[in-house]
Design a protein around this ligand. Sequence first.
Ligand code: NAD
Length: 254
Amino acid sequence: MFKDQVAIVTGAASGIGAATAHLLAKRRAIVVLVDRNQDGLKRTAVMVKEAGSTAVIHQSDVTSEDDAARIAKEVTTEFGRIDVLATCAGIGIPGGKTVLTHSAEDWHRVYQVNVMGTVHWMKAALPTMIEAGQGAIVTVASQLAFNSGGGAAAYIASKGAIVSLTKTSAVDFAKQGVRINAVAPAVIDTAMSRSSREGSNDPEAMQAWRLSRHPVGRIGEVDEVAKAICYLAGDDASFVTGTVLMVDGGWTAA
Ligand SMILES: NC(=O)c1ccc[n+]([C@@H]2O[C@H](COP(=O)([O-])OP(=O)(O)OC[C@H]3O[C@@H](n4cnc5c(N)ncnc54)[C@H](O)[C@@H]3O)[C@@H](O)[C@H]2O)c1
């Protein structure tokens, strides 16, 4: 499905990003893995190679605009194309905080990683896609941007920003052949969701609350988000742009 295509995945060392890189590799893409966690990158690269594809590792912090520009340029020089960008790198701010209890540093940090990390990578990949007259970008928002659980104001607002950024950029680049969409997962079993549960006052109560929010009666798996990302990144979604695909076990419908 992605044969001979080049896909860049940020946040590829773990969780949703690692699963997305793995699935893209199974579907024959050359995968460029970007993350700040070198050990995790190596683990994902092994999965990509075992899937029979090529992995290129770049240890980098997505808050660096210069790094994103340099890496995208290197990828373009080496392979001549960037077909897919999936921006999966992201952080949460644990602790059940609100606008009253978040520090200015909380807001700055979460926006730098979640929002500007996405902006820098879109800006880095778009010129090559526009030049080719085709490309697909998939960002990672959150179900919480639509139906908030409360208690994570900076994180949830950053995901709202991703939704707006995705929609408006889809309009900006539609005529150049670049489709831009988002996935909005509910709770997915990853290091991030486990650490926010364990960091809560009552992890058992939080787990019970989470299960109660998903009509399907369980939280999601990383592969289920990876499949949604690959759908939006691939030709099956050729007429889909500026949309947000809920991957939420029914949370927002309930
Ligand atoms: N897990 C969930 O329940 C859930 C739900 C909705 C949205 N999301 C979003 O999915 C995305 C992936 O999260 P995940 O759950 O797979 O978490 P994760 O912690 O398993 O993976 C996040 C990855 O991003 C990387 N990363 C973080 N900051 C970075 C930076 N500054 N530069 C480079 N890499 C950085 C981490 O090293 C890690 O490999 C995030 O944007 C998250 O907000 C997750």
